[in-house]
Design a protein around this ligand. Structure first.
Ligand code: SAH
Length: 213
């Protein structure tokens, strides 16, 4: 796996473009600057790795657009040492960005092909999540809860209750909610029973799939 000056230069430009689009958290931008996104895509698609677009991976899924990864990471408001649950491992790119920020990452993927691929690939390139799980993200990971942050990287038709229940007090759930189009929504746990909700614009994700599909 190579990460040449050309790749680094392209990445720097991508980071500049994300800054222009309104990403302000320098820790997030620095993490994106460090992760070789081209490693997470099939070779031959280098031209696509450092433009701000989503791109097909295997099993009808996509690696999220860099802006979306940056924005979701920013909305999580994580600091080094935080414990974060990711729903939808996919290519492993978002996971790698969180690991670069010093976060302890737990990640769940429901498609076996993607789960296996990411489980082998991430450690191979030096990224070590705390836990990678093959399972259903709607349920979260109660055995490892509570989390400082939970990030859902697929469009959720509704907000899964177990995910809210697995937040620490002060913790944040960042979740795109909707069917065709999703509203990026943040739930902050204020107390055992109270959550504050804020909305952050429209996105288009692949759907968060349930038991029936
Ligand atoms: N975070 C990924 C984005 C992947 S796209 C990345 O950086 O590449 C969304 C992913 O969510 C897909 O891999 C899809 O298979 C997965 N997914 C969909 N429904 C899920 C569910 N119920 N539980 C866990 N993962 C799910």
């Amino acid at each position: 796996m190579k990460d040449t000056f050309t790749h680094k230069g392209m990445r720097k430009k991508l980071v500049d473009s994300l800054r222009k689009k309104g990403i302000t958290n320098e820790n997030v931008l620095e993490a994106i600057n460090r992760v070789p996104r081209h490693w997470f895509m099939d070779s031959g698609f280098l031209d696509h790795a450092y433009v701000d677009k989503a791109f097909p991976i295997a099993a009808d899924q996509t690696i999220s657009q860099p802006y979306t990864v940056a924005r979701q990471t920013e909305l999580l408001e994580v600091v080094s040492g935080d414990k974060v649950l990711e729903i939808g491992t996919g290519s492993g790119y978002q996971c790698a960005v969180l690991l670069e920020m010093g976060v302890q990452v737990y990640t769940i993927e429901r498609q076996n092909e993607l789960f296996k691929k990411a489980s082998l690939f991430l450690p191979k390139i030096g990224y070590r999540p705390k836990k990678m799980v093959f399972g259903d993200g709607y349920k979260g990971l109660p055995e490892f809860a509570p989390f400082d942050g939970i990030v859902v990287t697929a469009g959720a038709p509704f907000v899964p209750k177990p995910l809210l229940a697995q937040l620490k007090i002060g913790g944040r759930l960042v979740i795109p909610v909707g069917e065709e189009l999703q509203i990026m929504t943040v739930f902050t746990r204020k107390s055992e029973k109270e959550f504050e909700k804020t909305e952050h614009g429209e996105y288009r994700f692949v759907p968060l799939l349930g038991d029936k599909n």
